[in-house]
Ligand binder design. Sequence first.
Ligand code: GCU
Length: 426
Amino acid sequence: MTRLHLSLLASVALCFSASVAHSQVPEANYDEAKIPAFTLPDPLVNSDGTRVTTAEEWKTKRRPELLRLFAEQMYGKLPKCELPVEVTRVEEGKVFDGKAIRREVDLTVKKGDKSLTMTLLLYIPECDEPVPAFVGLNFAGNHTISDDPGISLNPNWMRPTKEKGVEKNRATEAARGTSSSRWPVEMVLDRGYALGTMYYGDIDPDFDDGFKNGIHAFCDKPAADEWGSIAAWAWGLSRILDYLETDKQIDATRVAVLGHSRLGKTSLWAGAADERFGLVISNDSGCGGAALNKRVIGESVHRINTVFPHWFCDNFVAYNSNEGALTFDQHELIALIAPRPVYVASASEDTWADPKGEYLSCYYADPVYRLLGTAGLGEGKPSPEPPAVDQPRSSGVIGYHNRTGKHDITKYDWEQYLHFADRNLK
Ligand code: GCU
């Protein structure tokens, strides 16, 4: 390392500590007893103080009002600029001893001299009828989800992760199949579902670059209430769904959108904003996803806005160490999905994501699901107590489990999602 590198590093470190010190992110709290007193907004009370008493009023008044709040204050609205998407490549082949088709579809945005290609990888089980599908973004390229050698190696910028065959921010052949534990492709196909995925960095690379790359670069630098990266990734999920609506082998009215961690935050926002998704799944999404902000336990709004300043819109910074000022919370994000089925999953060791807060969001969304004529968290009066670990509560249209173990998406999680989809998506 040269002197120049060292001094650059030192100044980066200085800037970093200065900005952290400046914004004074408090130490994370992990103690239930230290949660500040708070009142959650009632999803069934309009901002003018009147009560929502009918499904019609929810649909025409309260839901649009809440959707607007989340868009303007948290994830950011879509920009007004046009973003035309064309299919520019379709390639396919038989896989897994002929039991499925692998299809790669390039979705390209072209505008002036700019062009951005996002590659959808789709596995479809052999079937005479259109099939339902699971769709989710991946962290490190389509080629990591399976060791199927026919998947194109992603050429785009990747986060540096030594173990995953990434060198100088680019994928190498060694990366193939390295995320396969998170994507049980054949298990999904054997259950009669197609599986679609796309690298999230195809849509917007996951670093703070002042909106100069990815899809953000196609529009002016956003206003304070316009999209951050999570909203951009969610936009990409909707473009996948646009394509699936044209694919005769897919039943696009039965598409489950799923995501893990930051991509779980993304699947929730995609499912809330785009009512065409038939089922929404959040795996360990935590802060900015299913966990209640006002509990301020584990990751906080202040911490997430400081470390990932590009994820949300600029207006969200106003709530740093100021959750009391929020006139909405994440149970209302779940409620925006109603009456469509939603599944939230936590992991017992993932205290950073606040498993209890993730369950409580489901619990407090339940009245909206009931007003819309569904069984919510299941028959009978729902309990504010989360179920024990590895005891899914999923007899209604809001499903929840807390798996033993770490922050991850595992075969156990997928088994619950498939079971839930079998009941709710078919
Ligand atoms: C960090 C971040 C979380 C996020 C996670 C992930 O831990 O603080 O909010 O969910 O990364 O996406 O892996």
